[in-house]
Design a protein around this ligand. Structure first.
Ligand SMILES: N[C@@H](CCC(=O)N[C@@H](CS)C(=O)NCC(=O)O)C(=O)O
Length: 235
C-alpha cells in the first residue's frame, strides 16, 4: 500500500501515522508496515532541523526521537502514540500480524529467542552504531579514542550476529522465517558502509543483509520517507 505523506502537526488523519526520517530506526517501522501491507500516513521529521524536539512532537514522544507511531480514531483522537522502535514493532505485530507471519506467539518455543534478539539490537547494536556514527560524522572534534572504541564494539556485535545466523542456519536470526528480530537488526547492518564497518569477516551476516536488501518490499520501505536531500545519512 502506498504511504500517504502529511504535513500537519496538530491534527492527524484517522488510522496509522508514522513520524519518521530516513534512518535505520525509522526504516525498522516502514519495513514492517510494508511487509504487513498496511495503509498508513507518514509525517517526515527533519531531525537535522531538530523538529523532534519541538513541543508538539515532545507531547507524543517525551524522548524527542523518531520513530513514533500514532493510531488515530475517526474523530481525530489519538488512541495510541507509541515510541521506541521495538515497542512499535511489537504493537504492530500484536494488532496486525494475527496469523503470526512475522513474529512468534508467546506459546511458541521461539518466542523468547525472538525477544532476545530484539533486545540485543536495542541495547547493543543500535546505541553502539549510533555512537560510532556520531564520532565519525557529526562530532565537531576528531576523537580517535571514541572512533576506535565504537568501531570495536560494532565489530564485536556484528560478530555475535554472525554467530547467531550460523547457529540458527536458516538464513534468519530466529526460527525459519523473517521476524521482528530481522526487521530490528537489518536497517543497522545495512548501514555498515556509512559506519565504515567492513563485512569481510562476516560473510553469513553479509549474505543475510543482501538477501533482505534484494526484496522488492525492502526497496520500497527504505525509501519511506524518501532520503533525497539527506546526503549526510547516505552511504
Ligand atoms: N531507542 C530509540 C532510538 C531512536 C533514535 O535514536 N532515533 C534517531 C534517528 S535513528 C533520532 O531521532 N535522532 C535525533 C535525536 O536524537 O534528536 C528507538 O529505537 O526508537
Amino acid at each position: 500500500m502506498p504511504a500517504t505523506y502529511i504535513k500537519e502537526t496538530s491534527k492527524f488523519p484517522e488510522g496509522l501515522t508514522l513520524l519518521s526520517s530516513p534512518t535505520p530506526n525509522g526504516h525498522k517501522i516502514s519495513l514492517f508496515l510494508e511487509f504487513l501491507r498496511l495503509s498508513y500516513h507518514v509525517k517526515r521529521i527533519d531531525v537535522f532541523a531538530n523538529e523532534q524536539k519541538q513541543d508538539w512532537f515532545l507531547k507524543l514522544n517525551p524522548n524527542g526521537k523518531i520513530p513514533v507511531l500514532l493510531n488515530v480514531g475517526k474523530d481525530g483522537e489519538i488512541i495510541d502514540a507509541v515510541f521506541e522502535s521495538a515497542a512499535i514493532l511489537i504493537y504492530l505485530a500484536d494488532k496486525f500480524d494475527k496469523d503470526f507471519k512475522y513474529h512468534y506467539a508467546a506459546s511458541d518455543p521461539h518466542y523468547y529467542e525472538e525477544l532476545v534478539w530484539i533486545f540485543f539490537q536495542m541495547a547493543n547494536l543500535g546505541p553502539n552504531q549510533t555512537n560510532l556514527l556520531y564520532f565519525l560524522r557529526l562530532c565537531p572534534e576528531n576523537i580517535p579514542y571514541c572512533i576506535v572504541r565504537y568501531t570495536d564494539e560494532v565489530n564485536r556485535v556484528y560478530n555475535v550476529l554472525e554467530g547467531q545466523l550460523k547457529k540458527n542456519g536458516t538464513g534468519y536470526l530466529v526460527g525459519n522465517k523473517l521476524t521482528l528480530a530481522d526487521f530490528t537488526t537489518w536497517p543497522w547492518v545495512n548501514r555498515h558502509k556509512f559506519s565504515k564497518i567492513s563485512m569481510e569477516k562476516f560473510p553469513v551476516l553479509e549474505q543475510w543483509r543482501e538477501n533482505i536488501a534484494q526484496l522488492e518490499i525492502t526497496k520500497i520501505a527504505t525509501n519511506i520517507p524518501p532520503s533525497e536531500a539527506w546526503g549526510i545519512i547516505e552511504d
